[in-house]
Design a protein around this ligand. Sequence first.
Ligand code: N01
Length: 490
Amino acid sequence: MASAQSAWQPRIAIIGAGISGIAAVVKLRKAGFSQLTVFEKADKVGGTWRENTYPGLACDIPSHWYSFSFEPNPDWHHRCAHGPEIQAYLERTAQKYGVTDIVRFNSAVTRLVYQAPHWLLYCNGQNSEPEQFDIVISATGILHRTIMPAIPGLDDFAGASFHSAHWDHSVDYHGKRIGVIGTGSTSCQIVGAVTKDAQHLTLFQRTAQWVMPSPQKAYSNFTRWLRKVWPFRSVLSKVVWRAYAENTLGRANAGNKALVKLIDVIARWHLKKYVPDPVLRAKLTPDYVVGCKRLIYSSDFYPAISRENASVVTEGIERIEAEGVRTNDGVLHPLDILVLATGFDASSFILPTQVIGENGQELSEVWDGSPRAHRAVAMPGFPNFWMVEGPTGPIGNFSLIAISESQVDYIIRCLNEMHARKSAWMAPTQEAFKNYNEAMNAAVVNTSWYHGGCNSWYLDKSGLPNLYPWLSSRYFKEMKTPDFSEFRFS
Ligand code: N01
């Protein structure tokens, strides 16, 4: 990739010091950009891996694929790394590449205003004086605004209650009666980890989930040593897992019925093998197409929920009371701890930061609950405003690190083009944005996320999945060679 000439050093603000923010700094620096400032609302790097600390937290994407291309880690202890190991990796990487040095911690960006050709950036906790930047890159992540369930009486509970993303480690859950509301990836990991130590675990399930066996395994000292002396093994692992994900679930989601059937057969076999009780099995059997919701990979969940000290409650929740959860059939389920594994608002992206583009238009109004972007990274009317992991990217059961890196590379190619044209700004044209999103809307209705008969966080206010509807390899190819005719330049 061509590097920026040192004469041109735009001031670049990067919002967020998670995976995408770290990738942006390392790659921008490598491309010759040095005027970088990272704004981070918290006091540490790590994003989602800093926020989530619940028991059982792990990545369900194999680690050698879920690693930065510029920082392979032969030392992963598990095929699917646990949360603390990923957080340590991110902190170590940020330190090693000098990212931490340029992060302004405890600085939440509250407002961005475009005043051609600059952005004025307003930050929490500072005086009202804004700072001026030439380029803004939003790297705020997708799943960071927690959803608290609208269940009456949440505040009445006398025990400890918290959202899964704000796990209260001061509460000892051993020997306690634990209730978990929600049955997503998070809940399955929590249930898999804590049930054996609970007096009783009650899972309040509104919708059953398809659960595939996890490819998890621990790496021996010898394997880790081998990866150090022979890095090719890690590269191979990455290539194999990526090809596997794309050609199984990726193709199934994109509409391949034979693969949907195959995954359905494996998921049912998994359920039958580890849940011998037919009554419990019936409760845990989903009534929608496999892959409609984000597929869960866990080998701990079924054995845990089949234990004698666990139960699944499918009756709807009427209200929370001081002693526990009362369901619609009038039964009170007494609890000491209530965990709300109720997910995240995936439609916010950079919001609620107020982003005001050309002609005073507000991003929140343009999106209106259905965020869209051009190639998931840019918006017409918002010049020099870029997003990493913006709307309609190829997320799902795929390595977000690989996606973030491809988007940062695309942004760098665009910045270099802007410089070559001596432009002060660039933004996608309204027409290119419209064509891209119309093609996507037409294709996304063929995916199992849309017609699979489920509700999920993939769907936004438009009723369509906020996801890239084609194979991720297509996205990576498209991002390698930006079509500059899709942009306006100053
Ligand atoms: O959240 P979810 P999550 N009453 O939205 C239920 C990533 N992740 O935190 O299905 C009762 O999937 C809701 O019920 P329903 C991953 O991308 C990754 O588990 O809407 N229940 C659902 O069961 C994942 O997809 C890893 O009927 C209520 C649950 O809460 C994403 O995070 C690990 C309710 C929410 O499930 C989100 O997962 C963990 C109510 N009022 C997470 N409101 C990796 O390994 C909501 N629910 C990479």
